[in-house]
Design a protein around this ligand. Structure first.
Ligand code: NDP
Length: 311
């Protein structure tokens, strides 16, 4: 019997995924009916979900085997108590590659002092020579699928890379810290810090006034993680005082960022509109298809969310 897969995400996503996801499910040998609606919710086996899609109450899906998120960040769904089945988040090679490129690009901008020349085409011969990567320490808060890939790439470019995660880790070439003392060590040594933590009750305001004060003078913050990781008032004060040199922010507590938000006009802030990286339909479909195959074969699902930890 065919498995029924409900695609519960914005209609733009459906246009991108309809064919490629159907092909990926077929390629793993599963016979599936893939639709955006089923008249009878009790026949649905899997829900492919994005938080901006229509499905919110999962209780009518009485036959459901798993909810498969199209997004890496699951803060919009993890506390949904109507989900009584495994919840998998997205770990997608295309999403990871995109994040590595975005983070590397923005780090190199600040590391090389590119703004000095891009903004300063005024006849002044500014002979600033940046340090080599080997003389610069970059910190990554969050050493998961994305943070680890960024850390390894930056290490490959020669940077001294330290990272921080909830549980202790060992990654070749990376100084790995955990716990509150570890956070202080990473912040104190990082001239450029990248936030790749999930949005959970524990990570809210990870960068508050006290922790910002631990960072070196002129440090740069790059946040492609989630808006609530930063206390915005504390960051604005640290930018105004000159203690923090620049903040490149891709994510915000309110998105789109309201036009009158002080970040837009701040000379030391770069705003990007939550575009650091996107789930890529081809590679993401392969991940979803593999999880459906596993569900049908009675094998453990990949990338399960730990509901207690919130990510
Ligand atoms: P993972 O779940 O793989 O990694 C999360 C990392 O954060 C892990 O290393 C985890 O530690 C660490 N962490 C979680 N809670 C804490 C805590 N309380 N203290 C210290 N460390 C903690 O997620 P991904 O790497 O896949 O994604 C990270 C985030 O990036 C997503 O949650 C999402 O918010 C954001 N994102 C943004 C995008 C954009 O376009 N801007 C695109 C995609 C994702 P441990 O290893 O011990 O579990």
């Amino acid at each position: 019997m065919a498995v029924n897969v409900l695609f519960a995400a914005h209609e733009d996503r459906w246009r991108e995924y309809r064919d490629v996801l159907a092909d990926a499910i077929k390629a793993v040998g599963v016979d599936a009916v893939l639709q955006t609606e089923f008249d009878d919710p009790s026949v649905v086996d899997y829900v492919v979900f994005a938080p901006n899609g229509p499905a919110v109450d999962f209780s009518p899906f009485t036959r459901l085997k798993a909810v498969l998120s199209l997004w890496a960040g699951v803060e919009g769904i993890v506390s949904n108590t109507t989900i009584q089945v495994p919840l998998a988040r997205m770990v997608d090679a295309g999403l990871t590659a995109g994040m590595v490129e975005w983070v590397t690009g923005h780090i190199l901008r600040h590391h090389l002092g590119m703004d000095l020349h891009i903004n300063g085409q005024d006849g002044v011969w500014r002979d600033y020579v940046p340090p080599l990567a080997q003389d610069r320490c970059v910190g990554i808060l969050g050493l998961g699928a994305l943070g680890q890939a960024c850390a390894t790439t930056l290490h490959g470019l020669g940077f001294n890379v330290c990272g921080w995660s909830r549980r202790a880790k060992s990654i070749p070439g990376i100084i790995c810290e955990s716990g509150q003392d570890g956070l202080k060590t990473v912040l104190q040594s990082s001239e450029i810090i990248v936030l790749l933590l999930p949005d959970t009750p524990d990570t809210e305001n990870t960068l508050n006034a006290v922790r910002l004060s631990w960072m070196p003078n002129g440090a740069v913050i790059i946040n492609p993680g989630r808006g609530p990781l930063i206390d915005d008032d504390a960051l604005l004060a640290a930018l105004d005082s000159g203690h923090i040199g620049h903040a490149t922010l891709d994510v915000f507590r309110q998105e789109p960022l309201p036009p009158d938000h002080p970040y837009w006009a701040h000379p030391k802030v770069t705003v990007t509109p939550h575009i650091a990286s996107e789930t890529r339909p081809k590679t993401a479909s392969e991940v979803i298809a593999e999880n459906i195959r596993r569900g049908e074969a009675g094998e453990p699902f990949l990338h399960l969310v730990d509901r207690d930890a919130g990510y």
